[in-house]
Design a protein. Structure first.
Length: 232
């Protein structure tokens, strides 16, 4: 019964619309202030603070201090992967468009976004599929980087070989995409691919949210490196 009570208490952390909205916003991998999250969730700062205290106490978020400022962010990659997986398994109800801005924002998230520290949406799935077709990634029994994939990441993407050694975090794992309902690459390899794409200027953020898009240089690079002509 203790385990059941603990599970119920943990699930209750996300059984609130405001707390769920905050957690989903933090999937962009960055640290937010309580005021920013309050504005995003549409609640008063005092209300946001109460919810954030619960999420921190429950282990979903951590607090960072920088001078006089306090920030919160997801407790780690495993929390991000849990949130994305749960969101993918929820039956999404069709909703009427809420205006051009909302429709545009939702479309941008579906095309490409960050899931904490790796790429998701149609872009993330397309890159994952292209890596698989190129023999860099093996999905026959879970997600595994092939020897060619390790050589591609250490050579082409300039990833340190030591970063691709097994550790507390899986080198490669599948993360169920909540818009595509298919898996994209997560784990250390997914994070390194995402970091390389940003570092090389192949993807850029759209505004201040999670949505990302390919740059013209990124389209050329993905075509040359992975054979992707139109990944989105």
């Amino acid at each position: 019964m203790t385990a059941a009570c603990d599970l119920a208490a943990f699930a209750a952390l996300l059984a609130d619309r405001t707390r769920a909205a905050m957690c989903l916003a933090l999937l962009d991998g960055r640290a937010w202030t309580a005021g920013e999250l309050a504005a995003h969730a549409g609640v008063a700062p005092s209300t946001a603070t109460e919810h954030l205290h619960r999420l921190i106490a429950g282990g979903l978020l951590v607090e960072r201090r920088q001078g006089r400022h306090r920030y919160v962010q997801l407790a780690g990659p495993s929390v991000a992967e849990l949130l994305e997986d749960v969101a993918a398994r929820v039956g999404h109800r069709p909703v009427a468009p809420r205006g051009l801005r909302a429709v545009t924002a939702n479309s941008a998230l579906a095309r490409g976004r960050t899931c904490y520290d790796h790429l998701a949406g149609r872009l993330g799935v397309a890159v994952t599929d292209a890596m698989t077709h190129a023999g860099l990634l093996d999905q026959s029994a879970g997600f595994t980087l092939t020897p060619a994939g390790v050589a591609w990441m250490t050579g082409t993407l300039q990833v340190e070989a030591g970063d691709l050694q097994p550790g507390r975090r899986p080198v490669a794992r599948g993360c169920l995409d909540w818009t595509e309902r298919r898996q994209h690459l997560a784990g250390t390899a997914g994070a390194k691919v995402c970091a390389a794409f940003f570092g090389n200027g192949w993807v850029e953020r759209i505004g201040t949210g999670r949505a990302v898009r390919l740059t013209p240089g990124g389209r050329v690079a993905l075509h040359d490196l992975l054979g992707l002509a139109e990944p989105l």
